[in-house]
Design a protein around this ligand. Structure first.
Ligand code: NDP
Length: 351
């Protein structure tokens, strides 16, 4: 990736201004986006959805259709340099055709989006609750309506770090007052998270990119819901719970919230309040590293057999650290929940 960006900025120095000063995260993100495009070649619907989201999301960086050819040249030169043993004229022609088709889909999506949506939303911090030394729940009021579907995430830029964006899941269903909540953990060397937890307060502004993500409720299903959130992975599943409980469908909702310690169950009082307002909701805290009153002890995959009746009849949604998501998906499969009913967004989500 370093070689690629070196070629790109050497050819078009002005493009450097679209990127943050430190490029490490950008390298990972670009590599993940490319990998996903390659993996999705056999699934045109998934590919189209992904490129549409990428195209819309790139508006906040200031990317325009005219920038794509320079990226094509730099990427092609990179592949030629690093895959020289398998690189042929046919391979290059096929690669360029695939790139152009993807670039056209992204640029087209961005241009359509620009007809009625801004590239980003300015949002005011109207509540900032420090729930742990490294964790805050922020309530934001976007200046103009920000339509989203529960389960989606938005990219956030804090005033302290211009041009650095990080995705966070929205932790609530749409509200009348248009506010959204984010659960933010400050990680060592995490630029945006640290700024949002420690250096952002009431009245400050942040920028939000367009909502994205497909970990949303299946509108055609009325099966009971199993929602599993590890750490700040609680955010998107709490939004799904609120949505399901607000609808008339009468679905049962089992919400499993996992943390390492009792103190890590940073949102339990709010979840208990939701539970007492809805007979259809059951909240089960799971603590992995110590026994805790009122919580199951262990890791999610180990306690799941106690929670499921063996019917495998749920729609399951899993969010949190990638190893937890992978282990839980495997455990659910073993317990008879078909993979088609297990939803997660490992490849796209941040917090
Ligand atoms: N849509 C999504 O998927 C979202 C994902 N996230 C991601 O979730 C993560 C949350 O981090 P944080 O709040 O620090 O969470 P923690 O690191 O505190 O972990 C939360 C729980 O997950 C458990 N866990 C970790 N690995 C495994 C595993 N292999 N098997 C079973 N359980 C496991 C931990 O147990 P133990 O450590 O004891 O094993 C702990 O009980 C971040 O990486 C964030 O990016 C956040 C929001 C949305």
């Amino acid at each position: 990736m370093r070689y690629f960006y070196g070629r790109l900025f050497a050819a078009r120095p002005r493009l450097r201004t679209l990127f943050p000063p430190a490029m490490g995260d950008q390298h990972d993100r670009f590599f993940n986006a490319l990998s996903r495009i390659v993996w999705s070649q056999d699934n045109p619907e998934e590919l189209a959805r992904h490129l549409e989201g990428l195209g819309r999301g790139h508006r906040k960086y200031g990317v325009l259709r005219e920038h794509y050819p320079a990226v094509e040249e730099a990427l092609t030169a990179t592949l030629r340099a690093f895959a020289s043993d398998v690189w042929t004229a046919e391979a290059e022609a096929a690669w360029r055709a695939a790139y152009r088709s993807a670039a056209d889909a992204m640029a087209g999506a961005a241009e359509r989006d620009a007809l009625d949506a801004p590239p980003w939303w300015v949002a005011e911090v109207v509540r900032h609750e420090r729930r742990a030394f490294d964790l805050a729940v922020l309530t934001l009021r976007p200046e103009r309506p920000l339509p989203f579907t529960p389960g989606q995430h938005v990219s956030v830029q804090a005033a302290r770090w211009p041009r650095v964006w990080r995705p966070y899941s929205i932790a609530n269903a749409p509200r009348r007052d248009g506010t959204i909540c984010l659960h933010v953990r400050a990680r060592p060397a995490g630029w945006v998270g640290g700024a949002l937890v420690r250096h952002t307060g009431l009245g400050d502004s942040v920028l939000l990119g367009p909502p994205d993500g497909t970990m949303t409720l299946d509108p055609g299903s009325d099966r009971p819901l199993l929602l599993i959130g590890g750490g700040t992975g609680l955010a998107p599943v709490k939004a799904l719970a609120e949505q399901a409980l607000a609808s008339d469908a009468g679905r049962e909702v089992l919400l499993v919230v996992a943390a390492r310690t009792e103190g890590g169950l940073y949102d339990l009082p709010a979840l208990r309040q939701l539970e007492s307002a809805h007979a259809r909701l059951q909240v089960v805290p799971v603590v992995s590293r110590e026994p805790a009153a009122g919580a199951l002890t262990g890791r999610v995959p180990d306690v799941l057999p106690q929670l499921l009746d063996g019917s495998g009849g749920h729609d399951a949604y899993v969010a949190g650290p990638a190893p937890l998501v992978r282990a839980t998906v495997t455990a659910l499969q073993r317990l008879g929940v078909p993979l088609t009913r297990v939803h997660h967004d490992l490849l796209t989500a941040g917090d």
